[in-house]
Design a protein around this ligand. Structure first.
Ligand code: ZN
Length: 251
């Protein structure tokens, strides 16, 4: 089975379409949350995401846009975009977004894997370093956790002899590329497919991953997208200009 992993789309329709066009053949799609927030196409991205499948975990921006999270916990940029998103959402989309489940969500037919937005114990926690990852890696009984929230593609592993973080290494800055990770037996992993709509690892290209359950390989992908169009939508929606410029920097 081949599962397409999408996370942190953040209402960036252009980036989502580019990922879907670049994605190899797959049997299912799993969405790790933050469907909306920051970007200027929340309704369009929800429609498209719902067409792709039914496996979702909610993100903090999905909660903020539907009143489930206090905006005082957000920085001004995030709070402004959450308020804007709230005004834009159709009532049906608002209701759908509000009903999304919190993690961990099991992956159907793949008992070894689970889905979370932040970390298994706390959906809003940022797992950035091996120090953050070690406790959840060792605490959960599921060997493989897919997560999002940090917008950093890569992940962490732990086994009997070592524990560390990893990032896919790409050769170009503007082309479609992929890097594969062969999962090892007796090793626990937390893996982040990266952010579709607002990468923060210095690489502007949209990020996603594909998990091949038979081969036990995670393929990390980056793909260029129509950045200018996504930026123009943000500017013409009168969202903070920084939300447009940061996309070009991948920060
Ligand atoms: Zn996010």
């Amino acid at each position: 089975m081949r599962i397409l992993l999408l996370s942190d789309i953040h209402a960036n329709l252009e980036a989502l379409e580019a990922c879907l066009a670049a994605a190899p053949a797959h049997d299912a799609v799993a969405n790790l949350g933050d469907v909306v927030g920051y970007g200027a196409s929340p309704n369009e991205v929800i429609d498209r995401s719902r067409e792709l499948g039914k496996v979702f975990v909610r993100g903090n921006h999905d909660k903020a846009a539907t009143g489930l999270l206090d905006l005082e916990d957000f920085n001004p940029l995030a709070a402004t975009s959450a308020m804007w998103t709230r005004e834009q959402l159709s009532s049906e989309h608002h209701e759908w977004l509000r009903e999304l489940p919190h993690g961990p969500v099991p992956l159907e037919n793949v008992p070894q894997a689970q889905l979370v937005h932040g970390s298994p114990a706390d959906e809003d926690a940022y797992v950035v370093s091996i120090g953050d990852a070690l406790v959840p890696l060792l605490a959960v009984s599921t060997p493989l956790t897919f997560f999002g929230h940090t917008h950093l593609q890569g992940g962490f592993f732990a086994n009997g002899s070592s524990a560390d973080g990893f990032r896919p290494e790409y050769r170009t800055v503007g082309q479609a590329e992929s890097v594969s990770l062969q999962l090892k037996p007796n090793t626990r992993y937390m893996i982040n497919p990266g952010s579709v709509g607002q990468p923060r690892d210095g690489d502007w290209r949209a990020a996603f991953a594909l998990f091949d359950t038979d081969a036990q390989i995670v393929h990390f992908h980056r793909t260029p997208y129509n950045l200018k169009s996504a930026q123009e939508r943000i500017l013409s929606a009168n969202l903070p200009p920084r939300l447009a410029t940061r996309l070009a920097a991948g920060r």
